[in-house]
Ligand binder design. Structure first.
Ligand code: FDA
Length: 312
């Protein structure tokens, strides 16, 4: 119930305006967002690199229907990738296709993300297209397949374990050789479309992880398991071991600011860890999804509001 209300708040323009102009909310956002500028984000990438963690950089923005804003986002990504290449940073990029008008003009989105993919190849890295709400799932899967058909063989996407359709999407995408990030799914979806119960989502996650791991031997791209759920990762690691695969056969991904101690522990255990690092001024919907995921995050936000200061 609370989660549903919070996710609805992610799309509310009035709340967005209130939050992005309130210093306290900006302070909370700072826990989950590297900063508003590329320089701040690159500093975070470098710090993570020194700690043995790779990064995927996300220039925040979604549901954009202004071509000038989409153009600006492409330019920021290309500048980011030039810096990643020039500084030899261990970083890829993540993009939301709705930032490039996927919902209204899929061909334009393909062309704009193609420009980012070209810059990523020059920087020696890859692009992951985030998976957004279910109104965009088919278009996103088609976009990834189209970009790969255009020769961008270092483009993959996220897939959401909670969606009933995901096993079929994963088979199609892995057949095309795409590297996929598996996550639980962060949006409010109806029962006809998505599993609702925590345990059902976990079981679905393990099932999809198995499909991804089976495809590794058949030439499918590197599986990237995105979660902060240590019990779930334990089950996934059981699937890895059952197939006789090594720890370098997959990557673990986390969100910046959620469980940094756990990231350190995973690196210490020899796992490949990549942290999703968002930056930019359009952080409001991203922050609301993080608050919706975990009551403790919401408490942290409310405490900051009540004390009126920057949270610890
Ligand atoms: P969840 O939030 O359910 O947490 C599970 C357990 O982890 C908790 O019960 C607790 O035990 C532990 N835990 C979590 N946070 C903790 C903390 N701060 N301290 C201690 N323990 C903690 N979604 C989407 O729809 N599209 C996308 O493209 C992406 N992309 C993406 C990339 C990456 C790298 C990540 C990690 C996640 C996404 N997501 C996403 C978000 C994803 O779908 C999901 O909403 C969140 O990851 C939350 O689910 P978890 O699996 O992390 O478990």
């Amino acid at each position: 119930m609370l989660r549903r209300a919070l996710l609805a708040a992610a799309d509310n323009d009035r709340l967005r305006h209130l939050a992005t102009t309130a210093p306290v909310a900006r302070g909370v956002a700072h826990r989950f967002v590297a900063g508003e500028t590329l320089d701040e984000a690159l500093e975070v990438v470098a710090t993570h690199g020194r700690a043995g963690k790779a990064v995927t950089l996300d220039h925040l923005g979604e549901a954009v229907d202004d071509p000038a804003a989409s153009r600006e986002a492409v330019d920021t990504y290309v500048t980011s990738l030039d810096a990643i290449g020039a500084q030899g940073l261990d970083a890829s990029v993540s993009v939301k296709a709705s930032q490039f008008g996927l919902a209204t003009d899929p061909d334009a989105a393909r062309s704009l993300i193609g420009e980012i993919a070209t810059a990523a190849k020059a920087a020696g890295t890859h692009v992951t297209i985030d998976m957004e709400d279910s109104s965009l799932t088919s278009a996103t899967v088609d976009l990834v397949l189209a970009l790969r058909a255009d020769g961008h063989d270092h483009v993959g996407c996220a897939v959401q374990a909670y969606l009933h359709r995901t096993p079929d999407d994963v088979r199609r995408l892995m057949e095309a050789g795409a590297s996929l990030r598996l996550c639980k799914g962060a949006y409010d979806e109806p029962p006809a479309v998505a599993h609702q119960r925590r345990e059902a989502i976990r079981d679905a996650y393990v099932e999809v992880a198995g499909i991804m791991l089976d495809a590794v031997r058949a030439g499918g791209g590197l599986p990237r398991f995105a979660t902060h759920d240590h019990m779930l990762l334990h089950r996934v690691r059981g699937e890895v071991a059952r197939r006789g695969l090594d720890t370098d056969a997959y990557e673990v991904q986390t969100l910046y600011g959620v469980r940094p101690d756990w990231e350190t522990e995973l690196v210490r255990r020899g796992l490949a860890v990549r942290v999703y690092v968002p930056f930019g001024t359009r952080w409001y919907p991203y922050l609301v999804r993080r608050l919706a995921e975990r009551p403790a995050n919401l408490q942290f936000f409310l405490r900051a509001l009540l004390t009126g200061g920057r949270p610890t």
